[in-house]
Ligand binder design. Structure first.
Ligand code: GLU
Length: 515
């Protein structure tokens, strides 16, 4: 029987989730859902020094916004703390599981796979300094562990005395010597490392009674019956140790399969996409806006106006492709199409223009009614209460050019409020001596029109201009200036028909306001 697919996203709450982190969560989600499996959220907060308040809530909210909420680990937007049928492994926050790990660390010591190390920070500093003086770098490994203050060279009584004396000791993994660790990665294939190149990592610290990432991560993956570990490339160097831990615990048979995802790269491909790049290069790197403790705000895809579906779609394509021409995928379609075989080994360059393209595609797919209701919320925030059918007509007229819903606010601002300022360069170019008089005649003609549709306007206005021998360019551009305030926007007849006869006459009549 094949084991049930269970994957976990295991972030440390050290700040907001970077889009690379969301991609890791998304790939885990897609992988699990395709197999009818479980997607679990576990909070790896054993490093209390790096804990950032609000980060956990942020992570949960970001996943919910993307539509990839975990099956296990959260309930009602909070981490589950007590076990239940649906969440049998609670708590899912490692700091609340602290009692679990010590026994595992001690078990390794008792069976000779780990040892106590009593070196004080001062002692470690001096060994490090001595090594540096010799031009070497200090590594706590098989070559030096016998010469350090460890349980490897002590009697049982000495060890007991030392562990009882104070809390300044740790448990380190005793990395075997000259052992070829053969690993398999679902994206990278076979990997081999000689254990002699690895150091003796700390697994557990008496000072805070907490495990380090490695021990907690491996133990929890085991206890939570994780079948596949899909995580960022930065954890690949930890894989040999994790393999050795599975071996030491006697769990190799049920070890999860591993897949390490390549990095997201800056738009120019030079280096990893960092948290600071967004603000520097003008695009968001976080799913949601984040305000740090100093009050500095980093922009988020949500607040920048991205649709969550577009964000998920563009994220999926950063490091994966379906092998076909299709680029627009719903979450369900992604679930269907996703496979680790099609995840690339090389880094994925982030292209901010392509990100916008995705959003525009989703905007084009939206029906006018739903865009109008999104837009009317933005309008209300600006104190503008417009009728829904009117808003929908504006959306219809401008939708081809919008990338985000908020673009309507900029592009079509004049459809909701009459211009207060006028572009004088336009006036200089098109306003003639007789323009004011011409516009009076145009207003008269408008007021006599029984109906004011775009077609009606197109039938009457150009004909009137021609009959009177007026300059088409001059009249039309001056009309636009009075309606819009500048020379942007769709066709003048479109604008006038939508504004309606009354508003059009009002705006054109304001010509005396032109400086
Ligand atoms: N806590 C680790 C992180 O912050 C998890 C790595 C893993 O998935 O094993 O990314």
């Amino acid at each position: 029987m094949t084991k049930r697919t269970r994957v976990r996203f295991a972030p440390s709450p050290t700040g907001p989730l970077h889009m690379g982190g969301v991609r890791t969560a998304l790939y885990n989600y897609l992988y699990a859902k395709k197999r009818g499996g479980d997607f679990i959220l576990r909070i790896e907060d054993t490093d209390s020094q790096r804990f950032v308040p609000g980060a956990e809530e942020y992570i949960i909210e970001a996943l919910a916004w993307c539509g990839i909420s975990p099956d296990e680990g959260t309930e009602g937007g909070k981490m589950v703390e007590t076990p239940s049928e649906k969440h049998p492994h609670a708590p899912y926050r490692q700091s609340q599981r602290r009692e679990i790990y010590k026994d595992y660390a001690l078990d390794l010591v008792n069976r000779g796979f780990a040892y106590y190390a009593f070196d004080t920070p001062e002692e470690l500093d001096s060994v490090r300094a001595a090594a540096e003086a010799r031009g070497e770098t200090f590594t706590y490994n098989h070559q030096i562990r016998e010469s350090m203050r460890t349980s490897l060279t002590m009697t049982q009584d000495e060890i007991q005395a030392m562990t009882e004396r104070d809390n300044r000791w740790v448990i380190r993994f005793k990395m075997p010597v000259d052992h070829i660790i053969k690993m398999n990665d679902q994206i990278r294939g076979e990997i081999e490392v000689n254990s002699s190149t690895l150091d003796d990592k700390v697994l557990w610290k008496a000072a805070d009674q907490l495990p380090t990432y490695h021990l907690a991560n491996v133990v929890d993956d085991r206890l939570m019956e994780i079948s596949d570990v899909i995580r960022g490339e930065e954890w690949l160097p930890s894989l040999p140790l994790h393999y050795m831990l599975y071996e030491a615990f006697g769990w190799s048979e049920s070890r999860p399969q591993f897949a390490h995802l390549s990095l997201l790269l800056k738009p120019d491909g030079k280096g990893k996409l960092s948290k600071r790049d967004g603000d520097r290069l003008g695009f968001p790197v976080f799913p949601l806006e984040w305000k740090n403790e100093q009050g500095e705000v980093s922009r988020g895809y949500r607040e920048d106006g991205y649709f969550p579906e577009a964000f998920v779609n563009l994220l999926a394509f950063l490091g994966w492709n379906p092998g076909t021409e299709q680029e627009i995928f719903s979450l369900e379609e992604l679930t269907e199409a996703f496979s680790l075989e099609r995840v690339v080994k090389s880094g994925a360059k982030f292209n901010p223009d392509k990100a916008k393209w995705f959003n525009q595609e989703y905007l084009r797919k939206r029906d006018t009614g739903s865009l109008a209701s999104d837009l009317s919320i933005l309008l209300k925030n600006r104190g503008i209460d417009a009728e829904m059918t009117y808003v929908a007509n504006v959306v219809e007229l401008f939708r081809e050019r919008a990338v985000f819903v908020h673009d309507f606010l900029d592009m079509a601002d004049f459809m909701f409020t009459a211009p207060e300022n006028y572009d004088l360069k336009v006036k200089e170019k098109f306003w003639k001596e007789d323009t004011s008089e011409i516009l009076d005649q145009v207003i008269n003609m408008f007021s006599e029109m029984p109906s004011f549709s775009k077609e009606d306007i197109e039938n009457r206005l150009p004909a009137m201009i021609k009959e009177n021998g007026w300059q088409m360019g001059s009249v039309m551009n001056c009309l636009r200036l009075l309606l819009v305030g500048e020379s942007k926007g769709p066709g003048v007849a479109d604008i006038m028909a939508l504004l309606g006869k009354e508003e059009t006459i009002l705006r054109v009549g304001r010509k005396s306001l032109l400086p």
